[in-house]
Write a protein that binds this ligand. Structure first.
Ligand SMILES: [Zn+2]
Ligand SMILES: [Zn+2]
Ligand SMILES: [Zn+2]
Length: 126
């Protein structure tokens, strides 16, 4: 059994084979360093699939009313970003400028109840 929790020194990221920067068994490229605190259990997870694998309940999304909450963790610099700032960041950490995986945008709806006005569909596909 692999450790399901990585200790970043500041807070813990839950996930399958998670590393200290928030990479996991599902997403482990150089830019997969974002962890998101889920509304349902208040834990940081490396990704949605990690939550599905480890939690005993369905994930709950953040509604737009909570987009000022700092629940997005940059696994490189440790900054906790408000959801709205993260969604506007065009796949870079606004604090340390590390490049996030641009394909994460395809999964924002799993974590955030993104209004259509804020959603930015990505033109290129995987
Ligand atoms: Zn949960
Ligand atoms: Zn994962
Ligand atoms: Zn950062």
């Amino acid at each position: 059994m692999v450790p399901a929790v990585a200790d970043t020194g500041r807070l813990r990221i839950h996930g399958v084979k998670v590393d200290a920067h928030g990479r996991c068994a599902h997403w482990n490229g150089p830019g997969d360093v974002v962890a998101i605190r889920l509304r349902c259990c208040d834990h940081y997870f490396a990704c949605y699939d990690c939550h599905r694998a480890l939690a005993d309940h369905p994930a709950e999304r953040w509604p737009p009313a909570d987009f000022a909450q700092s629940v997005v963790l940059c696994g490189v610099c440790g900054a906790r970003l408000p959801i709205a700032r993260y969604l506007a960041s065009s796949a870079r950490c606004p604090v340390c400028d590390v490049a996030f995986n641009p394909r994460c945008v395809l999964h924002h709806h799993l974590y955030f109840d993104v209004p259509a006005a804020l959603a930015r569909p990505l033109s290129e596909s995987r």
